[in-house]
Design a protein. Structure first.
Length: 519
């Protein structure tokens, strides 16, 4: 459910959420809103002062009872609508304190209608008043820029950073609330490829600024802005898709998967494709090369699965590298499983093509896979789940038996761990005690992570000892600490890029773990 101001309205009407759900393999999940609950100019201070808005949220939730997330974009109009550059630090602090209270009040109103909903608060990116509104008194935003005291880019960006930090601090203590810092995203995405027409006049390349944060001396580049670069505050259609994609990278990708254990096919030498005459470990292909059937082969070390529990469901995620011919997503995909490995040994060999697996089934697939870097999700059929090997390796073959000549998918198999094949496992906790089931769930995000990792533990109790460990693939504990609060942020900037096991341990139940990627 998308709720809030014009940034909510535009990103919803541009379909930015569903475009990213398609990108990440969740075509069976949809995002939506309405003109009653996403409104240009909306402010947190009076968002629910009109009864129609609360009723609009109530109507939406009644029509969509399975809603899990509320994507909330509020506060920008409050902050920049009341601020001007001559305000003292105390006045700015007071303004932001009142704003945080108002945002919390708005969330409480929504929680009164849907107590289990999770909020994702969307941070803003820098505006560009200095190359748009500042240059013409007839510009629609000239009056707002003047009311702010005609600030330059650094001054207005500083105010936005103050708002961002307040939202970071508040979200850290609010339950079931996550904040995504987007400052500098447009600078990082586009760069400043031509000299600015106002100070500081210079340029910088894409992907050269810090993310988040950017360069405080610059606005977001006009290339990113709406109305062909003339909108001072809002992004273009393509930029809003990129903007919402960041929320998937930082939160939704991991939250929607919601796996109890994630296993990455990190050994690239054990993934590839087979035909009747050859094999390759350079890439993962399935379909037909010429008229020869080719089968993808994927290898997962499934000994990381907790042996105490039955597997309730499992999914494979593959990242598209290339497509030859027509998109195969609409055709039947045969998924075959082998508990252990095909042939005489774990390494891929020519004879593996003719070796039979334990069983096979037509699998349900999701995602449009319409472009490179899009994910395909394969839900493993129930008939195959029981063959997943909890004591060693599990291999899968993927076959498009009806593919046309030279029609095949190619999926990524490289040292880029963030795009390697993933096997997600969810356990059936129904046979366990309520105590274990309630306490064993925890969230880790973002994943992959750069400098910081966040965790949240369901039903955390301050009366119980709880610790976490981060373990590398040699089994060495490289980071550990005590869980003092239900949610926390961990500085992992000193960890080398790689794949680790994050293990959460409490004194009254067995440990739970998730694989994490640092980069």
């Amino acid at each position: 459910m998308v709720v809030g101001d014009s940034w909510a309205l535009f990103s919803w009407t541009f379909d930015s959420y569903n475009e990213n759900l398609d990108r990440y393999g969740f075509t069976d999940v949809r995002a939506n809103s309405s003109i009653t609950i996403s409104i240009a100019g909306a402010r947190a201070e009076n968002f629910f002062s009109e009864p129609s808005r609360k009723q609009g949220v109530a109507d939406f939730l009644a029509a969509n009872p399975d809603v899990e997330f509320c994507h909330l974009s509020l506060g920008g109009n409050d902050a920049l609508g009341e601020w001007n550059k001559f305000m003292t630090p105390i006045e700015v602090d007071s303004l932001l304190s009142v704003l945080m209270d108002n945002i919390k009040s708005d969330m409480d109103t929504i929680l009164s209608l849907s107590p289990d909903i999770t909020f994702v608060i969307s941070g803003y990116d820098y505006p560009n008043f200095v190359e748009t509104a500042a240059l013409s008194s007839i510009h629609p935003y000239y009056g707002q820029w003047t009311d702010m005291g005609q600030p330059d880019a650094f001054e207005i960006n500083t105010m936005l950073q103050n708002l961002t930090q307040r939202l970071i601090d508040s979200s850290a203590v609010w339950d079931h609330v996550y904040f995504v810092d987007n400052t500098g995203l447009m600078q990082w995405t586009y760069g400043q490829t031509s000299p600015m027409i106002v100070p500081p006049y210079s340029t910088y390349p894409a992907h050269s600024v810090m993310l988040p944060g950017g360069d405080m001396n610059y606005p977001s580049p006009r290339t990113a802005m709406g109305l062909s670069g003339t909108d001072s505050f809002h992004l273009s259609d393509a930029s809003f898709e990129t903007f919402i994609q960041r929320h998937f990278e930082e939160y939704y990708w991991d939250a929607l998967r919601n796996a109890d254990t994630s296993i990455i096919a990190y050994d690239t030498t054990l993934n590839g494709y087979l035909s009747s005459t050859t094999y390759s470990i350079e890439n993962i292909k399935t379909g037909k090369i010429g008229n020869d059937d080719i089968q993808s082969i994927l290898t997962f070390n499934t000994s990381a699965i907790n042996p105490l529990f039955e597997i309730q469901k499992a999914s494979i995620f593959l990242n598209r590298q290339n497509l030859s011919g027509n998109n195969l997503i609409g055709q039947d995909l045969t998924l075959e499983i082998k508990s252990g490995y095909y042939g005489a040994n774990l390494q891929i060999e020519n004879d593996d093509f003719s070796c039979a697996g334990d069983t096979s089934f037509i699998a349900c697939t999701y995602g449009t896979v319409e472009d490179n870097d899009y994910w395909m999700r394969i839900d493993i059929p129930e008939a195959l789940v029981g063959f997943i090997n909890k004591n060693g390796y599990t291999q899968f073959k993927l076959k498009y038996l009806s593919a046309a000549t030279d029609n095949y998918f190619e999926f990524k198999n490289s040292n880029d761990t963030s795009a390697q094949p993933i096997l997600d496992i969810n356990y059936d906790f129904s046979s366990t005690t309520d105590k274990y089931s309630a306490n064993s769930k925890f969230k880790i995000f973002p994943n992959p992570a750069n400098d910081f990792l966040n965790y949240e533990i369901d039903n955390f109790s301050n009366n119980k000892q709880a610790d976490f460990e981060i373990i590398d693939f040699t089994g060495k504990i490289v980071f550990k600490g005590a869980c003092q609060t239900r949610k926390n942020r961990i500085d992992i900037s000193n960890l080398p890029a790689g794949i680790y096991l994050f293990k959460f341990v409490s004194d009254d139940y067995s440990c739970s773990s998730k694989l994490i990627i640092t980069r």
